[in-house]
Design a binder for this molecule. Sequence first.
Ligand code: ADP
Length: 271
Amino acid sequence: MTALLEVTGLTKRYAGRREEVTACEDITFRVRRGDALALVGESGAGKSTVVRLVAGLEQPTAGRILLRGDPIDARPRGRTARLARAATVQIVHQDPYSCLDPRQTVGAGLAELLRLHARRLGPGAATRTRVADLLDTVGLPGLADARPARLSGGQRQRAAIARALAVEPDILLLDEAVAALDVSVQAQILNLLADLREHKGTTLVFVTHDLGVVRQLCQDTVVMRGGRVVEEGPVARVLTAPRHPYTRTLLDSVPRPGWHPRRTSGTAAAP
Ligand code: ADP
């Protein structure tokens, strides 16, 4: 079966002040439709770069990204191509401020987005009810009339997630997108994502430090270090019987201050 997303030999180098920085090199992985993949590894491993490339926000130095077997349109021209691109891949960053227009209320921003994609989402997609539903879904009921400045960091994060969900993309890239949320809100959003995956076939790619999230939601994982893949495979195998010493270290360590491995019920046994 053709993978929904196929990344081959993906490499990105940046011109540094003195020398080039290789953010990621020769990254290869595939994700089937409706699966969830976790990109894990310490800070600076190149995970965000990979998802930015997949989102088409930057051009790779080398390698290719195929969506349903076709090269992604990295620089879509014209309104229709841009909308099609947005409908395929959405990304939610850790700091979502840039995707929220400070002059617009959260509800007006969502309505505008729904109108833009109305042809695909169906007639009547941009209703107040749909906006209210989306805000409810991410735990922001009644905040349609709020502007971003009035929201807390966690609320802005949820508003950004609502925007990504509104478009009903084929692939949702989440770059530490739930890490800063309160535990209960985080659980609500993770449940929602699991639901989307199961019922709508949305493909998820998580960049996360939280192995609880990986266990709970993901089928496959790619472990990165220093811009390269050190190990990949099914979560059940990689987290219980890691082959690479770095993966073992990662599983034993606390990669970032404030990070706590969380035990989630109903998941595979802890390594
Ligand atoms: P991660 O998401 O795993 O923390 P990143 O993809 O953010 O890693 O970064 C990988 C490496 O690439 C880091 O050394 C980072 O400093 C470098 N890097 C990322 N983006 C840029 C950029 N725009 N310009 C220069 N170097 C960058």
